[in-house]
Design a protein around this ligand. Structure first.
Ligand code: ME8
Length: 519
């Protein structure tokens, strides 16, 4: 029987530029979650992709002297490659220029129009192409030489836009949105972000311009092709397209919608937590269960930007430090939801402190002791003490419960902190039991101690898979755990190691990182 569904999405990334660490981060968080849920028996759909329409992409293509579709093809392929290079386990990769998406967006539009949620009017106001967003004059900031700047921190200048436009009746949704947030207290996370959204909505909403006639690169409005749809209405709908919308009777739709989680950066929370549920409620579709807005990475204290020349290429980082190391660092270093600063010193500290000296050293020590003292076989259990079962619980079922609770709330850093506490408990157990000294005095007890440690490492490795998949899998290989016995249901019971099983020669899973001299 298939497990309970879990549908998780990343934002779809703009193809005006190439991927950087920020994009890799959001998708990584979703990947860790998707892997965790699969191992925990859930039926996962994990979606990522690219957002290809709109003025920003059209402008970038014009600057390069190529057609927008060509730019989209080129850069979408780079996002797809990033996903492959980073080992992401997304089940689908959506592009908003695909036929399936065009069909979904135009259908949604027609429904909104039929329900009189969209009407034709005239727009006159400020627009930021970089943010693909409209702003009230009162929100704008006066920049140098008197130019008006969007209040988003992107430094983007706004431009005056005037012309015919369709509008979505957002203002009329204010009370119903507030009621929706009230009934669904977990819809927006973390809490501080939820409060921001509530006060924004309480401050009053205006109808939203959802079409433009001044450029062409977008989905044509049904029955009025002089207009292209606002790129955010187009982009948000991707989450429906991927589950088969407009076929709401399809197996994918009935299984996975409403999505369990839209993971986004804090920059695009308003679109996901205000506009999106309003569009959906207006169309009679249930909104997603949760939107989590994570924080913003800076590079050695500076804002990451192309003009500052400090954009971090995730693939280069992986080449330098290793994939599992980068994954671990990004998810452990910063409390998920907060802003974080990328620093090489912090990265090396985590690699050496937590990975090489922590789980790596624990595994290497134990497996070497087993190799030398137990004829390279899983030792016999027997003669077990309370301390043995305490450790097995701490590294097995209790750790699973603690990690599950944290993962359900997207507290990746806490899940990993729990994991490292269990590693420390295993280290303390080795120190207290001194298995190397037992060989002569009490070989039975030595065997029980090493079995307990092997079991602790087995369950730790199973639980490490969502975060450091490659090292975890090599560790499970070294314990001769078969492929089919690596999910969370094997943590207790019949998954336990069979004494007498031959083990391969142990190999370190996490070397210490030594910074090349001069670097
Ligand atoms: O906004 N730190 O796409 P986008 C952390 N197409 N995360 C970062 C980051 C940083 N410095 N920089 C980018 C769009 N991100 C729209 C989305 S969804 C229907 C449409 C991540 O290419 C973060 O997740 O500008 C942010 O929300 C996203 O990339 C923005 O990607």
């Amino acid at each position: 029987m298939a497990g309970e569904p879990f549908y998780v999405t990343t934002p779809i990334y703009y193809v005006n530029d190439v991927p950087h660490i920020g994009h890799a981060y959001t998708t990584l968080a979703c990947d860790a979650l998707a892997r965790f849920m699969r191992l925990d028996g859930r039926d996962v759909l994990f979606l990522t992709g690219t957002d290809e329409h709109g003025q920003k992409v059209e402008k970038a293509a014009q600057e390069l002297g190529i057609a927008p579709q060509e730019l989209a093809d080129r850069n979408s392929a780079k996002f797809r490659k990033l996903a492959a290079d980073m080992g992401y386990t997304n089940d689908d990769f959506i592009r908003t220029t695909e036929g399936r998406h065009l069909k979904a967006v135009q259908h949604l539009w027609r429904i909104l129009r039929e329900r009189d949620e969209i009407y034709l009017g005239t727009y006159a106001g400020w627009y930021s192409v970089r943010d693909e967003a409209f702003f009230n004059e009162s929100e704008l900031i006066k920049g140098e030489n008197g130019k008006l700047i969007a209040p988003t921190g992107t430094g983007a200048e706004v431009e005056w836009v005037e012309g015919p436009s369709y509008f979505f009746r957002l203002a009329a949704w204010q009370d119903r949105l507030l009621e929706f947030y009230h009934r669904n207290p977990d819809f927006i996370a973390p809490e501080s972000r939820r409060n921001e959204v509530l006060s924004f909505v309480k401050g009053g909403l205006q109808d939203l311009s959802v079409s433009r006639t001044s450029f062409k690169w977008g989905v044509p409005v049904p029955d009025d092709p002089d207009h292209v749809m606002y790129v955010w209405l187009d982009a948000l709908t991707n989450y429906l397209t991927a589950v088969g919308y407009p076929d709401t009777e399809s197996e994918a739709f009935t299984t996975y919608w409403p999505a369990d989680l839209h993971m986004v950066g804090k920059d695009i929370l308003r679109f996901h937590a205000v506009f999106w549920p309003a569009f959906l409620l207006a169309a009679g579709i249930e909104p997603p269960q949760r939107v989590f807005a994570h924080g913003w990475w800076t590079n050695e204290g500076q804002k990451i930007s192309k003009s500052l020349g400090n954009v971090i290429d995730p693939t280069a980082l992986v080449a330098e430090y290793g994939l599992d190391q980068v994954r671990y660092f990004l998810l452990r270093e910063v409390p998920f939801g907060n802003d974080g600063d990328f620093s090489r010193a912090a990265m090396v500290q985590r690699i050496n402190g937590d990975l090489a000296n922590g789980i790596g050293n624990l595994a290497q020590r134990t497996l070497t002791l087993i190799q030398r003292n137990c004829e390279a076989k899983i030792p016999q259990g027997g003669d077990s003490s309370d301390g043995d079962s305490d450790l097995r619980r701490a590294c097995g079922p209790s750790l699973l419960a603690a990690m599950r609770q944290n993962m359900e709330q997207q507290r990746f850093h806490m899940a990993l902190q729990e994991f490292m506490s269990a590693v420390s408990a295993a280290d303390a157990y080795i120190t207290a039991n001194e298995p190397w000294a037992l060989k002569k005095t009490d070989p039975h007890r030595m065997s029980a101690v090493l079995y307990t440690l092997a079991e602790a490492i087995r369950t730790l490795a199973i639980l490490a898979q969502p975060f450091i998949p490659d090292a975890a899998s090599r560790l499970l290989d070294q314990l001769a755990v078969p492929e089919g016995k690596r999910n969370f249901s094997q943590i207790e019971g019949e998954g336990a190691l069979t004494p007498g099983t031959d083990l391969p020669k142990p190999e370190g899973i996490f070397p210490r990182h030594v910074q090349p001299s001069g670097a």
